[in-house]
Design a protein around this ligand. Structure first.
Ligand SMILES: [Fe+2]
Ligand SMILES: [Fe+2]
Length: 171
């Protein structure tokens, strides 16, 4: 059984992961409107991954005989000043999610909820990768500058990303 505060925070995290998907889908739509289909593809794949994360928390709450309660998802921003600004926002968002995962990990530790602690381990590792992959594109955008040819090349590269469902942790 889950303790009440752990159950509540795991439910909050279902919302956080869904809000992440909503944010990246909004960024995908903005990149489409900017005629950058490769950037849009990258963001769309990212949104799909976030929905898998939400589903992992959803399933975990049920596995622990908890109750899933969904809350409101706030409307995401719809425009960014530049591709660089969008990716900086994506990076900042991942830093926020990392803080959430660390907060949850600390909570599980404090109440000696070892199954939740083990479950979160996958997300601790995942967040290292999430921050690194957003930051890598921020750095490339800075390096290339946002000129036509640099952006075109990066758009082609980001267009090759395909969705592969994350390998879920064994629980
Ligand atoms: Fe996530
Ligand atoms: Fe993420």
């Amino acid at each position: 059984m889950l303790k009440d505060d752990v159950e509540r925070e795991l439910n909050v995290q279902i919302g956080e992961e869904t809000a992440s998907a909503w944010l990246y889908l909004s960024m995908a739509a903005w990149f489409e409107s900017m005629n950058l289909p490769g950037f849009a593809n990258w963001m769309f794949v990212q949104a799909q991954e976030e929905l898998v994360h939400a589903r992992m928390f959803y399933d975990f709450v049920h596995e622990r005989r908890g109750r899933v309660i969904l809350g409101a998802i706030a409307a995401p921003p719809t425009e960014w000043a530049s591709p660089l600004e969008a990716f900086e926002a994506a990076f900042a968002h991942e830093v926020h999610i990392t803080e959430r995962i660390h907060f949850l990990t600390g909570l599980a530790d404090r109440v000696a909820d070892y199954p939740t602690r083990v479950f979160l381990h996958w997300f601790v590792t995942e967040q290292v990768e999430e921050e690194a992959s957003a930051d890598e594109i921020v750095q490339k955008l800075r390096m290339l500058g946002e000129t036509g040819s640099g952006l075109f090349m990066l758009d082609r590269e980001l267009g090759t990303r395909v969705f592969t469902p994350p390998a879920a942790p064994a629980t």
